[in-house]
Design a protein around this ligand. Sequence first.
Ligand SMILES: Nc1nc(=O)c2c([nH]1)NC[C@@H]1CN(c3ccc(C(=O)N[C@@H](CCC(=O)O)C(=O)O)cc3)C=[N+]21
Length: 287
Amino acid sequence: MAIILDGKTTAASLNDATKIQADKLTAQGIQPGIAVILVGEDPASQIYTRNKHRKAEKLGMKSVLIELPETVSQDEVINEVEKLNQDQSIHAILVQSPLPDHIDATTVTNSILPSKDVDGFNPTNLGKLYGRQPGNYPVACTPKGIMTLLKQYDITLAGKNVVVIGRSVLVGRPVAALMINQNATVTLAGRFTQNLKALAKTADILVVATGTPALISGQDIKPGATVIDVGINRGADGKLTGDVDFETASQVAGAITPVPGGVGPMTIATLMQQTVELTQWSLNNGK
Ligand SMILES: Nc1nc(=O)c2c([nH]1)NC[C@@H]1CN(c3ccc(C(=O)N[C@@H](CCC(=O)O)C(=O)O)cc3)C=[N+]21
């Protein structure tokens, strides 16, 4: 039976550390502030954004949730972003994805100031990550949370063969970059990849972020491998499952993240951590 990489507990201790930093900043007169923009009424997105909003308040931050109707124009969303760009009390801005089809997500996220881009989607921040540049800049929260979780369990990257399945800007691409920066040998696979399962079986560390329930099962995993399941799939019974069949995978893997209680809580905790970091960095820039 594999070691369970407990994201819930790791996230809780990260949140404790974040609260201490947030309180320190507030005592200095700079309460960290996060704004989340939600467009439309997708129930899952509503739950996620409200969870983020509540967590930020619990950690003593200012939290603003802006809910816009499905019919809102792209210009109106950008206008909201620009108001938040100017707002001195806001240090982190997140536009919840997915956005409706009539809105171009890249144009909207690019309108967020790089210094407030808590998702790390702005080309400036993406470029720094890919260029392995020194200095402080935000990185996508799920990938950064995965790195924190691996570190917590002393799972190192240097020299490891990593296979990442899923090439999204939210998860696959940035997690590959972070792992390359830690000297892993990374293969970034997707729906066009040939012999995907045979490739998965070569991985010392397998990251699955596709949104396909039970894409990977025990027989596709190298014995002793570390398996990171980023999938969030809600079944007809309302139960949450990942992209990995936990039952069979946990018999073969050396370590594995559960769903729920793995990567999800780490994402939210990292969002909070990074909001505080953006606040600290804005101070150091004299702003
Ligand atoms: N701009 C943007 N940034 C995001 O980071 C972002 C986004 N858009 N759009 C949607 C995805 C999804 N996401 C999750 C965060 C936490 C849980 C989470 O806490 N999951 C719990 C379970 C929660 C439940 O029961 O529903 C767990 O895995 O234990 C899940 C999913 C962030 N996303």
